[in-house]
Write a protein that binds this ligand. Structure first.
Ligand SMILES: Cc1ncc(COP(=O)(O)O)c(C=O)c1O
Length: 398
């Protein structure tokens, strides 16, 4: 993590007056505190305070496998390891999939927590052309679109946002097309809450023993109490109804953000998100997204600089998360952003001149536009037998 960016992000988090489009946070207002409290009381009275097995709670593994089976993947509870968030699942998968010092392809843009982790593990993240590919085929962070995966032999499939596609059409996962080359990764962080740190890994069957060994070496098991809270909570709630509510709310926020961008910054380009938490935007000029962030914080607005999302340098871009911003504050946040952009241009007009990077005719918001990437993923999956996108079907803990 760039220390200058981290410093600005900590300043934003500590300043309640700043409207933050950064961080990729779920909406606090959607944490089901009342039901989680009931689940917690039930969990404390259970065996959850004792040590458990490294693979995690049987009930949660059954839940995860049923959800994956409803999307066409041949997964049983014995194939699932409950992890301390998706982050740990990415780590275990990367260590099993990659050879020391190897390149790992992450695409044009990707989740910074994975890019940084790969570097820490001595791997070399590149855009494309590597044997191992980290990807978010169902719903990509930061673009909010499906991600076409056209290269690679071994896949780290990060499914973190799959169930938050606005249309509710959760596509078949890559592991539905064959499990031997896919490490499937998921989490409750985006759909329930990140504080419990409950995610999962479905490794290729022949890597299960090694994956369990790495899990045990790392932290023995995911937090037993947190797992039990999630398991009890899933018994108390209608999970599919919750997902439907979340999709509607995030879709409304996404629409507010796109409308505000079209109004306040009409020359900025963005692709309409199909789900998830964010819009990826490319301003109409060059410059440093970190310098823009420094000015923006002074104007009372935050975002994530695009440079954090790339394995290699690219055009000026930013990720704007609508997920944790009240609908009523989104317009004001974008007005502040427009003021910051005007200041950056006034300060350094040569580098941020409009139209310098592209012909003026192309400087339009890319909305609405067709959805070629979703189609590409469906084609990929169906070409290897996984079937087309289908609505997510419910499965409840017994
Ligand atoms: C794509 C993606 N994968 C994984 C994670 C980490 O998830 P968890 O909180 O489950 O560790 C994030 C968090 O932002 C994410 O955006």
């Amino acid at each position: 993590v760039d220390p200058r960016i981290e410093h600005l992000q900590r300043r934003i988090a500590a300043s309640p007056g700043v409207i933050s489009f950064g961080g990729g946070l779920p909406s606090d207002a959607c944490f089901p505190r009342r039901l989680l409290s009931r689940a917690f009381v039930a969990a404390v009275g259970s065996r959850a305070l004792q040590y458990g097995w490294p693979e995690g709670s049987e009930g949660l593994r059954r839940f995860v496998s049923e959800r994956l089976r409803s999307r066409g993947a041949a997964v049983t509870p014995e194939d699932v390891i409950i992890t301390s968030g998706a982050q740990q699942a990415i780590d275990i998968a990367a260590r099993l999939a990659c050879r020391p010092g190897e390149q790992i392809a992450v695409g044009e843009t990707s989740y910074p927590g994975a890019i940084d982790l790969f570097r820490t593990r001595g791997l070399r993240p590149v855009r494309s052309g590597a044997r191992v590919r980290y990807a978010m085929p169902a719903l990509h962070n930061p673009s909010g679109r499906a991600e076409a995966v056209v290269d690679g032999e071994v896949f780290l499939e990060d499914d973190a946002y799959a169930e938050l596609r606005f249309d509710g059409l959760v596509p078949a996962p890559l592991c539905a097309a064959g499990r031997e080359r896919v490490f499937h990764i998921g989490t409750f962080s985006k759909t329930l809450c990140p504080g419990l740190r409950v995610g999962w890994l479905v490794p290729p069957p022949r890597r299960m023993r090694r994956a369990l060994r790495l899990k045990r070496d790392g932290d023995l098991q995911a937090g037993g109490l947190a797992q039990a809270v999630v398991e009890r909570y899933l018994e108390l709630t209608d999970w599919d109804a919750r997902l439907a509510r979340l999709r509607r709310m995030y879709a409304r926020r996404a629409t507010r953000l796109m409308e505000a961008l079209e109004r306040e910054l009409p020359s900025w380009r963005f692709a309409e998100p199909l789900g998830g938490f964010s819009v990826w935007v490319e301003p109409d000029g060059e410059g440093s997204s970190t310098s823009l962030l420094a000015i923006a914080v002074g104007e009372g607005v935050g975002f994530d600089p695009g440079s954090s999302f790339r394995a290699a340098p690219g055009p000026l871009a930013l990720r704007l998360c609508y997920s944790a911003v009240d609908e009523a504050a989104i317009g004001e946040g974008v007005r502040r952003l427009a003021r910051a952009w005007a200041k950056l241009r006034a300060h350094d007009p040569g580098r941020t001149r409009v139209g310098r990077r592209r012909p003026a005719a192309r400087l339009r918001a890319l909305r609405p536009r067709p959805r070629p990437r979703a189609a590409a993923v469906d084609a990929l999956v169906s070409s290897v037998g996984g079937g087309a996108a289908r609505p997510g079907r419910g499965s409840r803990l017994p």
